[in-house]
Design a protein around this ligand. Structure first.
Ligand code: PGA
Length: 262
């Protein structure tokens, strides 16, 4: 079995002016000074406008930068959008794609997420693809079917016949975040059992789209009200390889405790 390096990522959402970013990152780099980057990978995702500031502050640290979205074209007449090459130049290693807030408020679909995944790979960014069911879908027993559809949707190539599987090589290095919508920002995390069940199903879907080895090497994050007091039990599960953290990543001490899960 592959050893998957745990990945702890902070999604700041629309929080963080440049001065707030400076304050939070200087507290965070101090709090995380002792973390061995070979043992856990740390990522933060500030808003676009703070990426350059963050890149400068993180230059001599192992903390990596993620953007929260991109446009799939490298440039063009797309007012208000930001492309992969721009994010790369600003210092990003990762990009979060298909977050439920983007799907819910900005009309993103499985197809637009698929275009963005392809663009990220073309532009040398590692996608963190978010999937997750609504409360209604969970209560009607549709969770695993919804997640399977979202994973297949995100990984299909919209330029190709949708029936054709994507080449396994294109699927290495990506990260998937399972974020049940009912758990995001509500203080109501999925239980470790609920998260593990979905993570195992995601790994099985990846295995059928790629190869067992690729599925085994892919990191699967849980997100949705991860807090210092819930992270340890989640991370103890075999298919949970990290966390995508919203609210609790905006305080240096709580995010540092999550990074230092036991
Ligand atoms: P939360 O957000 O930790 O505040 O629930 C998680 C996310 O949306 O990525």
């Amino acid at each position: 079995m592959a050893t998957r390096r745990p990945l702890l990522a902070g999604n700041w959402k629309m929080h963080g002016t440049r001065s707030e970013t400076e304050r939070l990152l200087s507290a965070l780099t101090q709090a995380l000074g002792g973390v061995n980057p070979a043992q856990r990978e740390i990522v933060v995702a500030p808003p676009f406008s703070a990426l350059e500031t963050a890149a400068r502050l993180l230059a001599d640290t192992p903390i990596r930068l993620a953007a929260q979205n991109l446009h799939w074209e490298p440039h063009g007449a797309f007012t208000g959008e930001v492309s992969g090459p721009m994010l790369k130049e600003a210092g990003c290693t990762y990009v979060i794609l298909g977050h439920s807030e983007r799907r819910q408020y900005f009309a993103e679909t499985d197809e637009s997420v698929a275009r963005k995944v392809r663009a990220a790979q073309r532009d040398g960014l590692l996608p963190i693809i978010c999937v997750g069911e609504s409360l209604e879908e969970r209560e009607s027993g549709a969770t695993l079917a919804v997640i399977d559809r979202q994973i297949r949707g995100a990984l299909q190539d919209p330029e190709l016949d949708p029936e054709l599987d994507q080449a396994p090589a294109a699927l290495t290095g990506l990260v998937i975040a399972y974020e049940p919508i009912w758990a995001i920002g509500t203080g109501r995390s999925a239980t470790p059992d609920q998260a593990q069940e979905v993570h195992a199903a995601i790994r099985a879907t990846l295995g059928s789209l790629t190869s067992p080895a690729t599925a085994d090497a892919t990191r699967l994050l849980y997100g949705g009200s991860v807090k210092p007091d819930t992270v340890d039990a989640l991370m103890a599960r075999p298919d949970i390889d990290g966390a995508l953290v919203g609210g609790a990543s905006l305080q240096a001490d709580s995010f540092a405790r999550i990074v230092n899960f036991r």
